[in-house]
Ligand binder design. Structure first.
Ligand code: PXL
Length: 284
């Protein structure tokens, strides 16, 4: 018999141009066979990184009415995936949404999207990082990059390459916030590689997955990676295998974008990698 389809709820903004957040999560999770329900938290004409003059229509007031309606439908939710959140109020609302849909088997998966390369995106400040840390405390799994980890933990940001002890200290402190599993991105031990560290605090195991570093800053890659990682998990891949699939998919998406000479702020070409990605997931 065909296995029951998993339902993921993806809660992110819609940036109409500049692929990131929902315009990345929805196609990737759907391609991976997950029914992807969405809650758009805001509608922007573009994302906020690299564009000026973008529009921002906040949808905070819609979130609880949407989830209240869902409650009347007895929806089964296998994973909730939150990303970019625009305000403290949205953080508080996410906590309520988790309480509404948490079961003993489902996965609360939080990407505390706030910054990169040692700085926060211009719309966030240090206080906001504390709010994100309190949301991470309610998650089963979180996927910060090193910058976000440092701001949430009040640790000093270092430039790569890293000592293993620096990375593993961050992993353990992130798990102490509450989530049992931590996926840390932007990890490198040597100059020409980049990858991720995955930590399972219950088995106390750390695994690393690296690829060759491609120079340049490609927007939306955190969302491609986070969505691909969750696609692996909902297809019952291990944490390490999911990270391998996600690293591979993200790096290939960056490479295609570089080869085509596309302006990096428009996001990466993840679309043309979908056939290889679903093969990696064992789905075709
Ligand atoms: O990719 C993360 C992201 C998502 N959504 C919006 C953003 C960003 C990063 O800048 O601006 C609106």
């Amino acid at each position: 018999m065909l296995k029951k389809q998993k339902r993921v709820v993806a809660i992110h903004d819609i940036s109409c141009v500049g692929k990131c957040s929902l315009t990345v999560a929805l196609p990737i999770l759907s391609a991976a066979g997950a029914e992807t329900s969405i809650i758009p938290t805001a509608v922007l004409s573009t994302h906020t990184g690299g564009f000026t003059g973008y529009t921002y229509h906040d949808l905070t007031d819609e979130i609880i009415p949407i989830t209240n309606h869902w409650k009347t439908l007895d929806l089964e939710v296998d994973a909730i995936y939150t990303g970019f959140l625009g305000s403290y109020e949205q953080i508080d609302i996410m906590k309520k949404v988790f309480d509404m849909f948490k079961t003993k088997d489902n996965l609360i998966y939080v990407d505390p999207v706030m910054g990169d390369n040692g700085s926060l995106y211009t719309i966030f400040d240090k206080e906001f990082a504390k709010g994100m840390a309190s949301l991470c405390a309610k998650a089963d799994m979180i996927i910060p990059n090193i910058t976000e980890a440092c701001f949430m933990l009040d640790e000093i940001y270092q430039e790569p390459p890293y000592e293993q002890s620096y990375v593993e200290n961050l992993l353990k402190k992130l798990a102490e916030l509450g989530p049992k599993k931590v996926v840390l991105t932007g990890v490198a031990f040597v100059e020409d590689e980049l990858g991720t560290a995955v930590y399972d605090s219950e088995t106390n195991t750390v695994d690393y997955v690296f690829a060759k570093r491609i120079d340049g800053y490609y927007h939306g890659t955190g969302d491609v990676f986070g969505s691909a990682m969750l696609a692996g998990l909902v297809n019952d891949c291990s944490l390490k295998r999911s990270a391998e699939i996600a690293v591979n998919y993200t790096v290939n998406s960056i490479q295609r974008t570089k080869d085509a000479g596309t302006d990096v702020k428009y996001g990466v070409d993840f679309e043309r990698g979908i056939p290889a990605f679903i093969k990696d997931l064992g789905l075709s």
